[in-house]
Design a protein around this ligand. Structure first.
Ligand code: AMP
Ligand code: MG
Length: 344
């Protein structure tokens, strides 16, 4: 986080590096640091200029500045304002923020609170990913847990947002990357781009297919490995692929690992035998929301949820190194790592 602010001071525009110019068959590439992660884009159509990527990253920076709840990065954002006004008056927000809250509330309802947009009191208490991460007291966990209740979030006319109880708060960390990827893709598509790959810290969004007409091949990362080691390959076009896992952000205390995906039913990081969940969907916000939700729900309930969602597929990896696929994946997933086995 601090690195990003530092880099911002040196380079005023959002784009830190835009390498290669899309000459010949080389894609036009850009990368930057936003949303707490590295964003990469590769545009495979010829004739586009760096300004397109700069504008795209500026849009992502705008989304971050509206919806971040990181007080380390921002003095205020629309969501920090909503959270500070909890128990008081409604807060007006931008169309962006309102839309993301509407989507987040939809997924909170759909998943019966496994995904809960009002998870903020627990996120703030645990502080995972911040310098202050530590195991809270049970009493603190109980107090925070009582404040998590998506059904109390009021999305009022005129884009006003209200939380009825002081201490309540919203957090869109589980879907903001997805929303930003969808917006970035919209900008590229509206500019005429037909073949591109967006990688927002492992949230993948594919525009079209490869320029030669074949599908993209996307590695599904290994839960216990680096980002660059894969358990298998997905062959896809025009989809988003999002993975949630406990290794993304965590801290250790007294030999126990505590990660960033919290179960509002217990107040603790979700533990149910899963190593990671990968969701494939048409929209990245859907894949992002459902990957977090399924990580909380676990294999059985998560799979039932995904099978009920048309056009959405999932890959669950369990701690016993079995790989469970939803029915519709068919031959689009190929297991390549012999340490893992396809579940029957
Ligand atoms: P992801 O990496 O997309 O699975 O999202 C994890 C982030 O979502 C965390 O860092 C929190 O900001 C937030 N979060 C954690 N647990 C939940 C939950 N149960 N429902 C909604 N958001 C959550
Ligand atoms: Mg997510």
């Amino acid at each position: 986080m601090k690195l990003r602010i530092l880099l911002y001071l040196i380079v005023p525009a959002a784009v830190l590096v835009v390498a290669s110019c899309g000459r010949g068959n080389e894609p036009l590439r850009g990368n930057t640091y936003l949303l707490g992660t590295v964003l990469n884009v590769a545009i495979h159509d010829g004739g586009y200029r760096e300004e397109l990527i700069e504008g795209m990253f500026d849009r992502v920076a705008e989304i971050e500045a509206r919806m971040s709840t990181s007080t380390a990065d921002y003095d205020t954002t629309e969501l920090l304002a909503v959270n500070r006004a909890a128990g008081e008056t409604p807060t007006s927000v931008s169309a962006d923020t309102y839309e993301v809250l509407q989507e987040a509330l939809y997924f909170s309802r759909l998943t019966d609170g496994a995904f809960d947009v009002t998870i903020w009191p627990l996120v703030a208490l645990w502080g995972i990913g911040t310098d202050g991460a530590a195991l809270p007291d049970q009493a603190e966990i109980d107090t925070a847990r009582a404040l998590v209740d998506y059904s109390a979030l009021e999305l009022l006319p005129d884009r006003r947002v209200h939380l009825p109880t002081p201490g309540m708060g919203v957090d869109v960390g589980a879907i903001a990357k997805g929303y930003a990827a969808d917006e970035a893709a919209r900008i590229l598509t509206e500019a005429g781009v037909e073949h591109a790959l967006l990688d927002f810290g492992g949230n993948i969004l594919l525009i079209g297919n490869k320029p030669d007409g074949s599908a993209w091949r996307i590695g599904v990362q290994r839960p216990d490995g680096e980002r660059s080691s894969f358990i298998g390959v997905l062959t896809l076009s025009d989809r988003s692929v999002v993975t949630s896992g406990p290794y993304e952000r965590f801290f250790e205390q007294d030999g126990v690992r505590y990660h960033h995906i919290l179960d509002s039913a217990t107040g603790y990081p979700a533990e149910n035998g899963l190593s990671q969940v990968t969701i494939i969907a048409g929209r990245s916000i859907v894949a992002d929301a459902l990957s977090t939700a399924c990580y909380v729900l676990g294999l059985e309930e998560g799979r039932a949820l995904i099978e009920s969602q048309p056009g959405v597929e999932a890959i669950f990896v369990t701690e016993d190194r079995l790989v469970h696929l939803t029915e519709g994946i068919g031959d689009r997933f190929e297991l390549t790592d012999s340490d893992y086995t396809l579940a029957p």
